[in-house]
Design a protein around this ligand. Structure first.
Ligand SMILES: Nc1ncnc2c1ncn2[C@@H]1O[C@H](COP(=O)(O)OP(=O)(O)O)[C@@H](O)[C@H]1O
Ligand SMILES: CC(=O)N[C@@H](CCC(=O)OP(=O)(O)O)C(=O)O
Length: 314
């Protein structure tokens, strides 16, 4: 055997090992729904976006029902700057005026969503875009935010008060991959539509959709390795924590981690068995999280699970 043959054999064995390692996870999640939140900070290159689309299509082909909820914060910032509209974040949420909302809606549904749908559909007729306004997918009410004990007016920002799972389940049953933009119609306290639409943080929406669908997992792709106990100390990455631990950490979290971890917590508390925060800057991190034994990033597990051992994709 020549060295070249030996190298080829080793490489083939390694490739086979990767496929075989995926087998129990594929069996576990076949027929299950996995909600994937694709953050705007994780879609920063063509390579990453293409890899994301491949991962989603791969999941679909091995029998998983992937549901994509996308963000687009940096893309919205870019457009707001281009049109000369100022915008600020309070407690991780964008203060949203009617003028800002027009840009948010246009960028999320008309630009970021369309681009993702196009990339997924370069592999076949899978992706169907819908916003919270379509098929009564989402209902929202004005989000109340309290910062330093003071109530802050976020404007046209929504919290999710209802999800119509049928809007997504119908698409899944037809073999499609729903790609959700997080604009939602506002409903008042009496359950009547006000005629306004609200800007819903994509993490918030993904958590609510995962809970309503009874998802087996919520995976959130962002631009950090996971949750750090002492941000920004990179040596403090948390690989696994319980919902109770996270509940205790929440008041000390800052910026984008507030909506993200609140959403992960509410999904797990609503019965989603795992929520994961994954670094979307490395290609295929989402697929590796789901179909390999060594999990990446931070996972949140329910309180009732004893011995919270990091088990990657379980
Ligand atoms: N404890 C923390 N651990 C990790 N990241 C944190 C933490 N606190 C704040 N952050 C910030 O949160 C950001 C991720 O949130 P966000 O920008 O909203 O992401 P996305 O657009 O993917 O939803 C990180 O880039 C980091 O700057
Ligand atoms: C209310 C609120 O903050 N809405 C977000 C919606 C987009 C989003 O959440 O995008 P990322 O996931 O990329 O951060 C915003 O306007 O930026």
């Amino acid at each position: 055997m020549t060295p070249r043959d030996a190298g080829t054999l080793v490489s083939a064995a390694e490739k086979a090992a990767v496929l075989i390692e995926a087998l129990p996870w594929i069996q576990k999640f076949a027929g299950e729904t996995i909600v994937i939140k694709y953050g705007g900070n994780a879609m920063i290159s063509d390579e990453l976006r293409r890899a994301f689309a491949e991962d989603v299509v791969f999941l679909r082909h091995v029998g998983v029902n992937p549901v994509v909820v996308h963000g687009g914060g940096p893309q919205i910032n870019h457009m707001l700057e281009a049109v000369g509209v100022q915008s600020e974040f309070v407690g991780g949420y964008r203060v949203t005026t009617p003028e800002t909302l027009d840009v948010v809606r246009m960028v999320l549904t008309g630009q970021v969503g369309r681009q993702l749908i196009g990339l997924i559909n370069s592999h076949g007729p899978y992706a169907v875009g819908l916003s919270g306004e379509d098929a009564a997918l989402l209902r929202a009410a004005r989000k109340r935010a309290v910062v330093d004990g003071e109530e802050v007016d976020l404007g046209l920002v929504g919290e999710v008060t209802g999800v119509n799972p049928a809007a997504v389940q119908d698409l899944l049953a037809a073999g499609r991959i729903p790609v959700i933009s997080t604009i939602a119609p506002e409903f008042d306290d009496h359950g009547n539509p006000t005629g306004e639409v609200l800007n819903v943080n994509a993490d918030t929406a993904a958590g609510a959709v995962a809970a309503a669908l009874g998802a087996a997992k919520l995976v959130m792709l962002t631009d950090v390795e996971g949750l750090y106990a002492n941000w920004p100390d990179k040596s403090s990455l948390i690989s696994s924590l319980s919902a109770g631990d996270l509940r205790r950490m929440l008041p000390d979290l800052v910026a984008g981690m507030i909506p993200k971890m609140s959403a992960a917590l509410s999904a797990v508390e609503a019965g989603v068995p795992r929520a994961h925060i994954v670094d979307g800057r490395s290609p295929h991190s989402m697929l590796l999280e789901i179909v390999t034994t060594d999990g990446v990033g931070t996972q949140i597990i329910p309180d009732h699970e004893v011995a919270p051992v990091k088990e990657g994709s379980a």
